[in-house]
Ligand binder design. Structure first.
Ligand code: B1M
Length: 235
């Protein structure tokens, strides 16, 4: 039995419950994290607030101890599983806009990289903002991106990388698009913890997205620009 089993999460105030959820996420306790998410929602918290304050913040703490060698891969995998459990509950709520699609995005994590929590979050938030999202998963070689672009003809290509060793692969994808004369057919948005504005510019992406909220804002802005461009036909 864990400490958390003995706790009645319902009896905790909001701040204590969120702190407990950070602990539960750290300990990889998926059911407890799911219970916490449901309790906060039942208390009237907006899904986005639950996501950012309880889950993303909890994962940030995990990241610090992973970096410092206090947590190791198996533990962090459990934390990631607990986070995903919470995200499964929030996903339909965040996507519940009923709005017509404002644009389409293909998104994937690049080759050599299996981190997908941030990408999944971006997908959820984009869906919530009315975008149609085709998520091609993790560890994608350029061929996968090309095939998805060809099949789905999106407005936006999103790429995620969490490792300094995999982020250069984004350049490979963009260069391949250039070689094939396809680069200008899509807006290319890139994101992931080790990236920066400067890196994004250097590889020829349209924008670096610091987080999911910025991705939504940027995507909306780009779609707005696209739709307000004067038509080339007959002009
Ligand atoms: Co990894 N890992 N990991 N890991 N891992 C990091 C990234 C690391 C920074 C940890 C550390 O040392 N502090 C470090 C990278 C160091 C570096 O390269 N500079 C690292 C390492 C070293 C590794 C391994 C090499 C460890 C090993 O095996 N020795 C290994 C590599 C595996 C591989 O990919 N080949 C590895 C493995 C793993 C796990 C499998 C255990 C697990 C991943 C589970 C999963 O994703 N399913 C894992 C995790 C969980 C992390 C940390 C702790 C958390 C990442 C995360 O989910 N963050 C991470 C530490 C950290 O980043 N603080 C770490 C929460 C998420 C919400 O944030 O992903 O940044 P983030 O996404 C944000 C933004 O970046 C942005 O929006 C998101 C939402 O706001 N964004 C986008 C992301 N993608 C976007 C795409 C867009 C737009 C915005 O497109 C348009």
């Amino acid at each position: 039995m864990t400490d958390s089993d003995e706790l009645d999460l319902n009896a905790l105030g909001d701040a204590e419950l969120v702190a407990q959820m950070h602990d539960d996420l750290y300990d990889g306790l998926k059911e407890e994290v799911e219970d916490g998410v449901n309790i906060l929602l039942a208390r009237g918290w907006q899904p986005y607030r639950v996501l950012t304050e309880a889950l993303v913040e909890g994962m940030r703490i995990v990241g610090i101890d992973f970096r410092d060698g206090i947590l190791f891969v198996p533990e962090v995998l459990l934390s990631a599983g607990a986070m995903k459990g919470g995200m499964v509950i929030l996903r339909p709520l965040l996507a519940e806009t009923g709005a017509p699609s404002v644009g389409k995005m293909v998104i994937g994590t690049v080759k050599g990289d299996i981190h997908d929590i941030g990408k999944n979050l971006v997908s959820m938030m984009m869906e919530g903002a009315g975008f149609e999202v085709i998520d091609i998963g993790i560890n994608n070689p350029v061929e996968n991106f090309l095939a998805a672009l060809e099949e789905h003809k999106p407005d936006i290509l999103g790429m995620s990388a969490l490792l300094t060793t995999t982020m250069p692969y984004m350049k490979t994808v963009i260069e391949t698009l250039q070689e094939k004369g396809l680069r200008d057919d899509y807006f290319v948005l890139v994101g992931g913890a080790p990236l920066s504005e400067e890196f994004s510019r250097a590889i020829g992406a349209d924008a670096y997205c610091r987080d999911a909220a910025v991705t939504v804002e940027t995507a909306k802005e780009l779609m707005h620009r696209k739709h307000n461009q004067p038509s080339e036909v007959g002009s």
